[in-house]
Ligand binder design. Structure first.
Ligand code: PLP
Length: 385
């Protein structure tokens, strides 16, 4: 099955059952009932190895359907769901944390992860070191006790690209588990596991949900590493709401067509931005000048709606404010991947991509509006900048 077909047909319950709704039903539950004690006891054994209903905190049938869809999309063995993307990243770090362990994390990682390190990992004796955002220095930084590499590609501000097959091979030769934040591709634009990762982490909050009305994280894992994930989330009480799982399933049905429009709109916006004298630099992995462009084109089927620009140094703070105030279609706020266009000032991340000497960084999440309207809105901003 091609991925467009997977999006339409997977995660919809048993296709051979008569009298069913098109969508897998939303099942809300804490208690799950059994007719006799023997079957309850059997279920408690069964749930150790299978995703079966036994208690709401361990997921309901709605959660299981989303897990199946994500596994099919990413070619994973199992998936698990979390209340946020950040919680999913935290679970990965927690799962490999032990006294004396060494972790490598790339500089492009979702910024709040650094606080998990300072508030938690350092306290329990895990040593964390940061790699360049493209992980090109991994061979020098690996140690015999490097348990985990956590990376992100493309990075979510400057879109630094990692050569995942190459980096994974180096890590695996050292016995190091490879986890990647794949939120940019949202289980669709590439297959992180096929490219070498053991664990793919996705904030479904972004394009998978796609409607700015929920937060959720997912971990999709290969068979070798699943043994570590089948118990810990349960023990710690991590769970995801079935209502949100239902909404992500609904969002996912149109992921392909939405991403296609996001990309088309972003391509045209990039064309417009290239002609703006106040734009000093454009970060968009499809540009042939983008660092790592060839690897991106090899490993990804396309871009999404994310574009970052560096304004010219000559643009004042007041000019930036005037730019934002002139926008009427762009929402100003955190997150991305929803149907509406967003703009925000981005803090320069730690990166080998040098932004010194450039002006303010602005990150756009280009939405599904008509692209001429989006460009007209941006033009109003540049006219007064
Ligand atoms: C948004 C985001 C997250 C976190 O997702 P939340 O659901 O907001 O916690 C993680 N990684 C990346 C790359 C993100 O963009």
């Amino acid at each position: 099955m091609q991925k467009q077909t997977i999006l339409v047909h997977k995660g919809r319950g048993n296709p051979n059952k008569d009298g069913r709704a098109v969508n897998a039903p939303l099942m809300r539950a804490s208690t799950v009932l059994f007719t006799n004690h023997k079957s309850w006891a059997q279920r408690k054994v069964q749930r150790k190895s299978e995703r079966v209903l036994s208690y709401g905190a361990l997921g309901t049938s709605t959660n299981f359907e989303l897990e199946k869809l994500l596994c099919a999309l990413e070619g994973g063995y199992r998936a698990s769901l979390y209340p946020t993307g950040l919680a999913a990243l935290a679970m990965v770090l927690l799962n490999y944390a032990e006294v004396g362990a060494h972790f490598l994390i790339t500089d492009g990682i979702y910024e709040p992860v650094r606080e998990i390190d300072s508030l938690f990992l350092s306290k329990i004796g895990v040593e964390v070191e940061y790699l360049k955002a493209d992980a090109s220095d991994i061979a020098q930084k690996l140690r015999p006790n490097t348990k985990l590499l956590l990376c992100e590609s493309p990075g979510s501000v400057l879109y630094e690209i990692i050569d995942l097959p190459k980096v994974s091979a180096i890590a695996h030769a050292n016995g190091t588990v490879v986890a990647i934040d794949s939120t940019y591709s949202s289980s669709y634009l590439n297959q992180s596991l096929a490219l070498g990762a053991d664990i793919s982490v996705v904030a479904a909050t972004k394009y998978l949900g796609g409607h700015s009305d929920l937060t959720m994280g997912a971990i999709i894992v290969n068979e070798k590493e699943w043994k570590n994930f089948n118990k810990l989330p349960e023990v710690l009480g991590f769970t995801a709401s079935p209502d949100d799982a239902y909404l992500v399933l609904r969002g996912a049905r149109s992921l392909d067509v939405r991403l296609e429009r996001h990309e088309k709109n972003a391509d045209k916006v990039v064309e417009f931005l290239l002609a703006q004298p106040k734009v000093a630099k454009i970060y968009y992995p499809k540009l042939s000048t983008h660092v790592g462009h060839e690897i991106f084109m090899r490993d990804f089927s396309g871009t999404n709606g994310m574009i970052t620009i560096a304004l010219d140094k000559s643009v004042s703070r007041e000019g930036v404010d005037r730019f934002f105030d002139a926008l009427s279609l762009f929402g100003i706020g955190a997150s991305w991947g929803g149907f509406e266009s967003l703009a925000m000032i981005a803090k320069p991340p730690r990166s080998f991509i040098d932004v010194d000497g450039l002006g303010t960084l602005i990150r756009f999440s280009i939405g599904l509006e008509n692209v001429d309207d989006i460009i007209a809105d941006l033009k109003r901003g540049f006219d007064v900048i």
